[in-house]
Design a protein. Structure first.
Ligand code: SAH
Length: 283
């Protein structure tokens, strides 16, 4: 395939009857992969979810059919089956289908379920990973999910289970003990219960927490708080989902690495927020 927007090379064809299950990244269109762009430019039909930002769809063919399959915040998942079967139907009708999902399709995105249904119905698929909000969204806020001075592990958790409740099945004690940095997806609704569980498990109330709403979009907002105060601060804020919550000292690095503020001419608030004297590289 040759196209002015793609570097020259042999790009795969999205063939009739195929579904490409594709991540759209957290919002900023520049965070799309080239495979995603290649799919967007070829698809006859694009089935996209609520977290896919509109400018990304501008790369679709002008005659492509755009189907919204959004589901937000803990609603019953009966629809999921319909979406998966709709994809099967479109593929069986010989269409070239791009299933576009926010972030990475396999990270809290039910991409695995959709892929499974497609495979069970004999539909050929390609999986195109994307930048997940829990990594890329935090990076846009100046927060590295791992840092040698902070953590050797990071845990990604969801604040909802299938019923829309806090995941009762999660062992918050083990998570609190096992991972210095905890990144919570879909955590806004149940942050009071989640932060309480982490505190009960021994995490420090003064531990830094960052909340990044609408990360990587022009509407990005960041709240810096602590584990003890985060539930109240979120409740008092005007932040609305989607938001990613980062618990742990990694959040402090934003004081040095808020690169968007730096680009706007601000001085770093603190070049050494972890108080290590020198960057890890120079020690
Ligand atoms: N597959 C997606 C996650 C889907 S679950 C991914 O890999 O990113 C939906 C949750 O993702 C939201 O509730 C929020 O916690 C997070 N999220 C997705 N996009 C986001 C964004 N632009 N800003 C902040 N959080 C986001």
């Amino acid at each position: 395939m040759s196209d002015s927007h793609l570097p020259t090379g042999a790009w795969p064809d999205l063939q009739p009857g195929w579904v490409w299950l594709c991540g759209a990244g957290p919002g900023d269109p520049g965070l799309l992969t080239l495979h995603a762009l290649n799919g967007l430019k070829q698809a006859d039909v694009i089935v996209y979810d609520a977290l896919v930002q509109k400018p990304i769809l501008d790369w679709a063919r002008p005659d492509a059919e755009l189907i919204y399959a959004g589901k937000r915040g803990g609603k019953p998942s009966a629809l999921q089956k319909d979406i998966s079967l709709h994809l099967v139907e479109l593929a069986k009708a010989g269409r070239r289908v791009l299933r576009l999902k926010g972030g990475d399709p396999f990270v809290f995105g039910r991409g695995g379920e959709e892929a499974q249904t497609l495979v069970q119905h004999g539909v050929p698929i390609r999986i195109i990973p994307g930048i997940s909000a829990g990594i890329g969204g935090l990076a846009y806020a100046g927060i590295p999910v791992t840092h040698r001075d902070v953590n050797q592990a990071v845990t990604f958790v969801t604040g909802h289970d299938q019923s829309g409740q806090t995941p009762a099945s999660l062992d918050w004690g083990a998570i609190a003990r096992g991972s210095q940095v905890i990144v919570i997806y879909m955590g806004m609704k149940h942050i009071a219960r989640i932060s309480e569980a982490l505190l009960e498990a021994g995490r420090d109330p003064s531990e830094p927490v960052a909340v990044v709403a609408n990360a990587t979009t022009p509407r990005q907002q960041v709240l810096e708080t602590t584990l003890g105060r985060c539930a109240a601060d979120i409740a008092a804020s005007d932040f609305t989902p989607p938001a990613i919550i980062c618990v742990g000292r990694a959040a402090l690095l934003r004081q040095a690495l808020d690169w968007q503020a730096l680009a706007d001419g601000a001085a770093p608030r603190d070049v050494d927020p972890l108080e290590r004297g020198k960057p890890a590289e120079e020690r």
